[in-house]
Structure formats: structure tokens, C-alpha cells
Write a protein that binds this ligand. Sequence first.
Ligand SMILES: NC(=O)c1ccc[n+]([C@@H]2O[C@H](COP(=O)([O-])OP(=O)(O)OC[C@H]3O[C@@H](n4cnc5c(N)ncnc54)[C@H](OP(=O)(O)O)[C@@H]3O)[C@@H](O)[C@H]2O)c1
Length: 286
Amino acid sequence: MRNVLVTGATGFLGQEVSQRLMRMGYRVVGLTRSVRDNLAVIPMVGDLLVDAPFVGPDLPFEAVIHCAGHHPGETNQVEPLHEEGTRRIVDEAMRRGIRRFIYISAMGASFQAPTRFQRSKWVGEQIVVNAGLDYTILRPHLMFGQGSRTFQRLEEAASRPWAVLPESKPLIQPVYVGDVAEIALRSLWLDRTVGQIYDIGGPQSMNLEDVVRHIARDIHLFRLLTVRIPKRYAYYVLHKLGRVGPILTGEEWEFLQHEVTRQDSRWLIDYGILPHSLAIYYSPLT
Ligand SMILES: NC(=O)c1ccc[n+]([C@@H]2O[C@H](COP(=O)([O-])OP(=O)(O)OC[C@H]3O[C@@H](n4cnc5c(N)ncnc54)[C@H](OP(=O)(O)O)[C@@H]3O)[C@@H](O)[C@H]2O)c1
């Protein structure tokens, strides 16, 4: 039995990764802060924000897939988990003699990125790269699929005949969570991906309003009426009055204000994946 340690195994991406690994016959040990009844993976209990041992089975792990991190727009306090948390799991991997390390970063990660989210992801990347591990770094854009809290809110908004949308021109490249999970697990046996950093964006670039319109096509077959909050008031409205619609948190909206689209086709070739598009995912089944 091949054993893989997945952090964030209870999260949106981590669950998808774990389920796919288990279907392929891997034994998945998932790092989590609390054991729940419905946990599908073998638990290893630990908090990446606390210097404490991780309590779980002492198995010879083949690799770590480090998915634990903040959902974009969830909070602005991202550094502890993305930086210190990554250092702790890297130390744990080295202590256990695990060499293969897949790190889930984010599109636009850079030391001069406009958001704290992306800058903290870049610091996490540096910790992984400088540890001398056999790493692969994946930088997904906003992920869609069942279980995304952001897309749940967008779906709610799109299920009404009207929506209040903050004006948002920057383009985003939503990518299917299953594609990112597939890339993460294929990295385990594709040696050419060692030492690589991939920008993982979906096949379509679109602004927020287009995203909601694509979603609405599935739920309503009539035109979505939108009231647009001008950009200069959007921050105030979303922050002070909470979610509007409900559609986005203030942090999510801020996150989407910074356009980072990338055309990195290397992952399509290296992993042999035909990515799912948002338009097809949300298209009516008739
Ligand atoms: N979702 C996106 O659109 C998106 C886009 C770009 C990058 N990313 C990155 O992709 C990764 C997965 O995102 P996601 O959307 O799946 O996140 P998520 O659903 O919020 O899941 C977060 C996971 O992290 C774990 N976690 C949080 N704090 C922890 C701590 N202190 N110690 C140990 N584990 C902790 C949680 O586990 P427990 O609660 O069980 O402890 C949970 O399983 C993250 O690194 C995120 O930054 C996501």
C-alpha cells in the first residue's frame, strides 16, 4: 500500500484529492485539527499554527500533498498558515524522510503581488523550494466545483431573477477543482514535474459578471437582471453592509480586483489534461 499525507484533506480541494487517491488504491492520511465522524481519510491530528507533534499513524509516506491554506477571500490574516504553517509541514516531511512534496500555492504568487494572499503564498513557495525537497508547486486560479464557498454564494445569487453585483472588470480564469486535484495526484508519478511551478488557470478568462451569467444559465433560463455597484462604493458596501445579494465577501471582492491571468500551457502537456470549462460545467443538461 502506498501512503500519502494530505494536509487540508477536509477542505474543498483536499477532499477531491483524497477521494481520487483512495479510488486509485492509495492509503490517505489527512492532517486535520479535529476528528469528525464523517472523515473519509485516516486522521493525523495537528494544527499547523501550533508547534506541536502531529498525532497519527507512523507510516512510511511516499509524498505530502500540502493543500491546507486559506480559501481566497476568507480572511486577510493569511501569513501564519501560508508561511509558518508551510514551514511546519516541510519540517515534518523532512523529519520523516519524505522527499516528494506537492504544494498548492495560488495564481499570481509573487513577492511583489498586490494581495497579502499571493505574497504569503510566495513565501510558502520559497520555504518549499529552499528545503531541498523534490517539489512541484501548483498555482491554481479561483477553483469552481462542488464545495466552493465562493461559488456557492455566486450560485445563490444566480438563482434569483436579479442580482446586485459589485462592478468588477478584471478577468479571472476559474479552474475546475477536479482538474487541480488530478494534477496534484498525477505529480506523484510524473518525474518531469519535479522542480516545476505551474500556473493553473481554466480555459476561459472572464469577469465576475460573466461568471454569474454562466452560472445563471443553468438555474434560470431567463436573463439575469443585475444592479451594478460602482467600484468606488463596492468596497464600502461589501465591507460595511456585509454580503450583498448574497454574493461576495468584501475580501473576496478585493481578491478579484487584481487581474492575474496566465497562459501557461506546460501543465496541459506535462499532465495530459483537457481542462473543464466553467461554461460547460454550468451549461443546462438538455
Ligand atoms: N479555493 C480556491 O479557489 C483556491 C484558489 C487558489 C488557491 N487555493 C489554495 O488551495 C488550497 C485549498 O483551498 P480550499 O479552497 O480547498 O481551502 P478550504 O476548503 O478552506 O480548506 C482548508 C483546509 O485547510 C485546513 N486547515 C486550515 N487551517 C489549518 C491549520 N491551522 N492546521 C491544519 N490544517 C488547517 C482545514 O482543515 P481542518 O479544518 O480539518 O483542520 C481545511 O481542510 C489552499 O492552500 C488555498 O489557499 C484555493
